[in-house]
Design a protein around this ligand. Structure first.
Ligand code: NAP
Length: 308
């Protein structure tokens, strides 16, 4: 019998992650001889951890605070990881016959994970199209960076970052633009140049107008996370039926922001769907087979219900 393959997630500290439930449900459903583990790795020790693993280690997810540190541990980065400056997935690449040493590849599947539910909605047609629309991103941290990069796919007319420190929003735009410019040296021509980019604060008077005018509102802050599930980043907001409200928070699954959006008839997308889709985009790179997302959705929803 072949030896069990190992994948996992590295972070520090590492607790309350749903990733083992997601991946192990998929591994079991497919009958793979593998396991997904959590690895608590201290800052500064990421390279040593990755390079000291045996060949059974196929790669790992990467979470806070290692998404930047891990860049120095990989031989190659995907264009997305390069543009955002953050890696959430490491994949072992076996060496050649001449050089048996493995190398590691770094990707960022948060972008794909974020986009899949929106693409599916768009393919389903109907009212909730974001192409060419106005997009508001709450927060300017790591997840907001992935979202700002991702939404270019829809050719937005405006992207507004809402940050409590506006300098953080400015930095985000500058970094994402620079990252894109760096990778656009080949045949790719991708830019944020068609969109008006602006940054505002949570307490700006104009915020409610900005939210009302948006086609897609994304919460990329931890506001609303358990045990503060009764709090919303937009307590004053009234939504429109044609809007999409997307909350990256997945604990609780139905945040106050999403229930407010549903109350007003808007389309709500929860963070669990993004989490599952980013996991699926990592899984296929390690195992070469698609993640059975229906099985995983059921297992992770059950795990979240146990939480509450
Ligand atoms: P992060 O890098 O720490 O960024 C968080 C951002 O939210 C920062 O801009 C921060 O501003 C802002 N923020 C925090 N508390 C705030 C408050 N009370 N009022 C206003 N702004 C506030 O975290 P992240 O990695 O981007 O993650 C953000 C959230 O997305 C987390 O809840 C995470 O679990 C979730 N997430 C979900 C998925 C998924 O697959 N569903 C993937 C990634 C992330 P300051 O810098 O001023 O503190």
């Amino acid at each position: 019998m072949s030896q069990q393959s190992v994948v996992g997630v590295i972070g520090f500290p590492i607790k309350h992650t749903l990733s083992p439930v997601i991946h192990n449900a998929a591994i079991n459903a497919l009958g793979l001889n593998a396991i997904y583990k959590t690895f608590e790795v201290r800052p500064g020790e990421v390279a040593e951890f990755i390079t000291s693993q045996s060949k059974q280690f196929l790669g790992t997810n990467v979470t806070i605070p290692h998404k930047r540190e891990v860049i120095d541990c990989v031989a190659e980065l995907s264009p997305v990881a390069q543009a955002i400056g953050a890696v959430n997935t490491v994949v072992r690449r076996d060496g050649s016959e001449e050089n048996a040493a493995s190398t590691f590849f770094g990707d960022n599947t948060d972008v794909e994970g974020f986009l899949v539910p929106l693409r599916e909605l768009s393919q389903a047609g109907g009212r909730n199209r974001v192409e060419g629309g106005r997009i508001v991103i709450l927060g300017a941290g790591g997840a907001a960076r992935a979202v700002a990069y991702a939404v270019r796919e829809f050719g937005p007319s405006r992207i507004t970052i809402v940050a409590r420190d506006p300098r953080q929003g400015d930095r985000l735009f500058r970094d994402v633009e620079e990252g894109i410019a760096a990778m656009a040296s080949g045949s790719q021509t991708i830019a944020l140049d068609e969109a008006v980019l602006d940054v505002t604060t949570f307490d700006a008077e104009s915020l409610s107008d900005t939210i009302r005018g948006a086609d897609l509102v994304v919460n990329a802050t931890p506001i609303g996370l358990t045990p503060f599930g009764h709090i919303t980043p937009l307590p004053e907001a009234e939504f429109r039926a044609s809007q999409i409200v997307y909350d990256l928070v997945y604990r609780p699954r139905e945040t106050k922001l999403l229930s407010d959006a549903r109350r007003d008839g808007a389309h709500a997308i929860d963070g669990l769907e993004m989490l599952i889709r980013q996991a699926a985009a990592s899984f296929v790179q390690w195992f070469g087979v698609e993640m059975p997302v229906d099985v995983v959705r059921e297992a992770s929803a059950a795990a979240l219900n146990e939480d509450s």
